[in-house]
Design a protein around this ligand. Structure first.
Ligand code: MFK
Length: 203
């Protein structure tokens, strides 16, 4: 059963999508007031948490903009990792991710590939120094546009480990054809998960 915060994020996702479908209209003034009233309530009742701490210390990240179930910006995707280490997720991109008319924004492709490449590496890090893996280089090739409202698959696999340097490659495919391909270099930082008070590890 979804947690209340997941439900709220889901409601917000629905609203963001609807707002991209309406025309500019003075009647929207009343919606603005209602939204501010909800935000005022949230600010008054729940604004005392330190959000960075919450993100760092959760067992499973729930706030990132790709798979974060509590982040309305995220669709969110569910990334599965196979026994061979391939990470993959399926997603139907909607209007909030539009770039050219009816097509996925290229920067959003980069965001999703960065995330899934990163997870392919995080789940295969034996032999890698025990620091956070961060993206040092991400190279993309846009072969075909990614249409909105069609099932896209984002997949990635680790390609090499060389000390602190870990590489991965992946792609976004639609209808079995590669639309965007990516290669990434990730580097284990000198900051180790154990150096972050209370942290349980992670990417
Ligand atoms: C589910 C929840 C979350 C899931 C994960 C989502 C995360 C998605 C991934 C991200 O978005 S991470 C955030 C974006 N990335 C960053 O903010 C990284 C910013 N850059 C850095 O912090 C540093 O530049 C970096 C740690 C990458 C490297 O700094 P260092 O001082 O540790 O590197 P150093 O100079 O010691 O170099 C180590 C090796 O890497 C090489 N290197 C460093 N930076 C490089 C680079 N940018 N390109 C190519 N090679 C690089 C360097 O040449 C050297 O090679 P050798 O060992 O062969 O000599």
């Amino acid at each position: 059963m979804p947690a209340p915060l997941e439900d709220v994020a889901d409601a917000l996702r629905r609203m963001m999508d609807l707002l991209l479908r309406v025309d500019d209209d003075p009647a929207l003034g009343h919606i603005t007031s209602e939204l501010h009233a909800v935000s005022d309530l949230l600010e008054a009742e729940f604004d005392d948490e330190r959000p960075f701490d919450k993100m760092l210390h959760s067992d499973a990240p729930r706030h990132d903009p790709v798979s974060g179930v509590e982040n309305a910006i995220a669709p969110p995707i569910v990334v599965e990792v196979d026994s061979d280490g391939t990470a993959h997720a399926e997603v139907d991109f909607g209007l909030p991710y539009q770039g050219p008319k009816g097509l996925l924004h290229g920067g959003i492709s980069a965001l999703f590939l960065d995330h899934v490449l990163s997870l392919a590496n995080s789940n295969n890090r034996s032999g890698v120094d025990n620091g956070f893996l961060v993206t040092a280089q991400l190279s993309l090739r846009y072969h075909k546009p990614v249409p909105l409202f069609e099932r896209a698959t984002v997949s990635a696999r680790q390609t090499s480990i060389d000390g602190r340097k870990v590489r991965a490659a992946g792609e976004i495919s639609v209808g079995g054809e590669v639309a965007v391909s990516a290669e990434g270099l990730f580097i284990a930082t000198r900051i180790r998960p154990a150096d972050v008070p209370g942290d349980k590890g992670g990417a």
